[in-house]
Structure formats: C-alpha cells, structure tokens
Design a protein around this ligand. Structure first.
Ligand code: NAD
Length: 268
C-alpha cells in the first residue's frame, strides 16, 4: 500500500512538533500537510524546520479543508473547539481522524460521535501503550477489590497544561468505574477544599499537581483498611503519544466509520 498521507493540526504545538518528527521518521506515512490556528506566528513556515528537522517542503497553513482533501488522515492534538471543527471537515473528506485533544465536554463528544458516522475517528486521552495497559490493570483490580477499597487518582503535568484533571486521569477513573460497574459521573470527586466532610464510600477521587516540565505522571491508589496498592505510570517523553497516534492512523485506514479507542488499536 502507498504511504499514508497525514496532516498534523496544531503543528507548532508541543505534540504537533513531535508528530511531525515521528511521521518524518516513519516508513509507512508521509507528512502531507500541517495546519495551525488563524493568526499563528508559525503560518507559512516549513513544518519540518519548525520541528527541528530539515525542510520537508510542507508549509504550515490556516486552511484545514483544502489541506485535508489532499490526505488520507489527520492527527489532531489541539483544543476542543479546533477538534470539533476538524471532525466535521475530516468527515466531509472521509479521512481518518486521530484525536489526542483532552478537556472535551459532553457536547463536544456528541459532535465527534456524529462525525464518526461518516469517517473513522480514533480518540484517546492517552495514546501510549503503557497507560492503556495500566487502564486494563486498574479495571481488574477495582473489580477484584470492591467498594471497601477507596480509589484515588493523582496526576502531575507540566506548568503549561490548561485542563484538569488530565484526560489520562479521567481515562483511569473510567477504568476503575467500569471494574465496579458504576458510572464515573455519579461518583467522581474532582477537587476538595475546606470542610468537605468524610469521604463517601464508592467515590473516585482526583488530585491534580502542576509544575515544571513533567510530561505526565499518574498514580491510581487503592486504599484499604491497613494496606494500600499503588499503580503508577510515568511518561518520560512525548514520543510515546506520537508513536501511538501514528499507529492509530495507520490502523484506521480502510476501516469502517465509527468512534474507536486505543484499546481497539492495541487489541488489548
Ligand atoms: P500546545 O498548546 O503546545 O499545542 C496545541 C497547538 O494547537 C497550538 O500550537 C495551537 O496554536 C494549536 N491550535 C489551537 N487551535 C487551533 C486551530 N483551530 N487550528 C489549528 N491549530 C490550532 O499543547 P500540547 O501540549 O501539544 O497539547 C495539545 C493537546 O493534546 C492537549 O489537549 C493535551 O492535553 C493533549 N495531549 C494528549 C495526549 C494523548 O496521548 N491523548 C498526550 C499529550 C497531550
């Protein structure tokens, strides 16, 4: 099969630049376009040069539709508003859309589901193999231990991160809720401050730390009477997310429309 022609949206961002480097190194894909928001200082610059490589002959554009029409897939680590816009355009172009963006609201996710009727969308709050394996372990441990063990999820990210809790923390919370056969939305405690009262049985608590350049640390703590189990993942390099996203794009090629996750891609 021909190399998959991929567009990176948010090409000047931290993840965008990593994706440009990852695609440039790949035998299976080629960078077909790079998009940034209107008014970005990166517009017109070569995406390869911006990412610290030599020139790739791909100028960064603010015209997503024209760019997507020349591609087989788009990888998108931007923000919720941009991702909703790209989902409609990718559906129109009938190309694979890989969504790494976090902080999406229920109404944004409903729009992704509508777009997934026409095209393949792979979305995950964390594209790494390690975290998706961890989610499987968390589900199993939560099912085995039951409600007497309190579940708390602690995450730390770099100082520039704008949403909290992280998409990964929520993904791990969903895994714990699934193991307990409960809906996370009915049991999650997203922050605590002041006189909170005692912890309610069955709650899944979240705690957020921000600082420095931390790529992403997550711990799921199961606290029982007199003992504790802690499962931890530490991301050391954004390359793990970019490689996962590229793998998702290649996996999605030729598949029937629908909304998929990394659990599907990794066949976990
Ligand atoms: P960043 O701020 O460095 O980059 C985001 C880029 O998107 C910016 O360059 C911005 O200009 C661009 N952008 C915004 N609106 C746009 C639009 N309408 N069109 C085109 N480009 C637009 O952020 P980052 O650290 O690269 O993270 C981006 C997103 O990816 C965040 O939501 C983050 O949480 C998420 N993330 C997900 C994973 C995962 O595995 N799923 C891993 C890391 C980061």
């Amino acid at each position: 099969m021909d190399k998959m022609r991929l567009v990176v949206v948010g090409a000047a961002g931290r993840m965008g630049q990593m994706l440009v480097r990852t695609i440039a190194e790949s035998q299976d894909a080629v960078l077909a376009g790079a998009v940034e928001r209107r008014g970005s200082a990166a517009l017109g610059r070569d995406a390869g040069e911006l990412a610290g490589l030599g020139p790739l002959g791909v100028a960064i554009s603010d015209d997503p539709l024209t760019t997507l029409l020349q591609a087989d897939g788009v990888i998108d680590f931007t923000g919720p508003a941009a991702t909703v816009e790209i989902a409609a355009l990718a559906a129109q172009a009938r190309i694979v859309h890989v969504v790494g963006t976090t902080g999406m609201l229920a109404e944004d996710l409903a729009k992704l589901e509508a777009a997934a009727r026409h095209a393949v969308i792979v979305r995950s709050g964390n594209m790494s193999l390690g975290v998706n394996l961890l989610a499987g372990l968390v589900e199993k441990v939560a099912r085995t231990l039951g409600i007497d063990w309190d579940v708390e999820i602690l995450e730390m990210h770099h100082r520039m991160k704008v949403d909290a809790p992280s998409g990964t923390a929520l993904l791990l919370g969903e895994a714990a809720a699934k193991g307990r056969d409960i809906a996370l939305a009915d049991h999650s405690v997203r922050s605590r401050d002041g006189h909170t009262g005692a912890r309610k049985p069955g709650d899944v608590g979240f705690a957020t730390l921000r600082g420095g350049t931390v790529v992403g640390d997550h711990s799921v703590i199961f606290a029982g009477a007199g003992e504790r189990i802690e499962l931890t993942h530490r991301a050391e390099d954004r390359g793990i997310f970019a490689r996962g996203a590229l793998r998702a794009a290649l996996w999605g090629r030729g598949r029937k429309p629908g909304l998929y996750s990394m659990v599907d891609v990794l066949e976990l």
